[in-house]
Design a protein around this ligand. Structure first.
Ligand SMILES: [Zn+2]
Length: 226
């Protein structure tokens, strides 16, 4: 586990999930691969928290490596599950998991197929945009493209922390890229531009390490190159 900035912990088990620790309790952002939620419970223990401290679980999108632990963690924590209204039917098992728009490499397609479909989970709180009423330090930023209902989350802390999910990833040199899990599209690029209009110091991603300084500047540089 890695503390990205004060009280924001990245739990990495093939994909990143995040623990946001604050005065009012803990919010989880994404839940990792199916059957790997134990790593998040362990990480809570390592920062002196427990499942009883979790007050909300927020999902960026309905891919198996992000909502894989949602059903188990909602059971263990009793916390409400928050997701976008567009992706919620997938999480609830009413629609099949959409194929990720990964780059056309056979090995990536094979890996995507190997991830099992998670146990479905009831979405208690559906969001579209704006402040999440049950987790008011988080603002929903609609960022469709990777999935139709993908959302990013802006945390009001430490100059702003953007949880970008799979709507971007960091380069090795601290820049921003689409990443292997995204193809260029007008919808996706519009989401990158929307994120670049926000102000945040730190950006966290599902499939790369974070950008820990001047992160919105890195988004602006990339958005300007589109
Ligand atoms: Zn994804």
């Amino acid at each position: 586990m890695n503390e990205v900035t004060t009280g924001v912990h990245q739990v990495s088990r093939g994909v990143n999930a995040f623990i946001v620790d604050g005065d009012e309790g803990v919010v989880l952002v994404d839940t990792g691969l199916p059957k790997r939620h134990g790593a998040i419970v362990e990480a809570l223990g390592s920062i002196g928290r427990s499942v009883g401290d979790v007050r909300a679980i927020v999902l960026t999108h309905a891919h198996s490596d992000h909502f894989g632990g949602a059903a188990a963690l909602t059971r263990q924590t009793g916390a409400p599950l928050v997701a976008s209204d567009i992706d919620a039917p997938v999480i609830e098992g009413l629609q099949s998991v959409p194929a990720p728009p990964i780059l056309d490499f056979p090995v990536l397609r094979l890996i995507a197929k190997l991830v099992p479909t998670p146990e479905s989970a009831t979405v208690d709180h559906r969001v579209t945009t704006g402040v999440i009423s049950i987790a008011p330090d988080l603002t929903v930023v609609p960022t469709p493209g990777h999935t139709d209902g993908h959302i990013s989350l802006l945390l009001d802390r430490a100059g702003g922390v953007l949880f970008a999910g799979d709507s971007a990833m960091a380069t090795r040199t601290g820049g921003v890229q689409r990443g292997f899990m995204n193809r260029k599209s007008a919808t996706f690029d519009a989401s990158l531009i929307a994120m670049a209009r926000l102000d945040f110091a730190v950006a966290c991603f599902g499939h790369s390490g974070p950008i820990t300084t001047a992160a919105s500047g890195a988004f602006r540089s990339f958005a300007g190159s589109l």
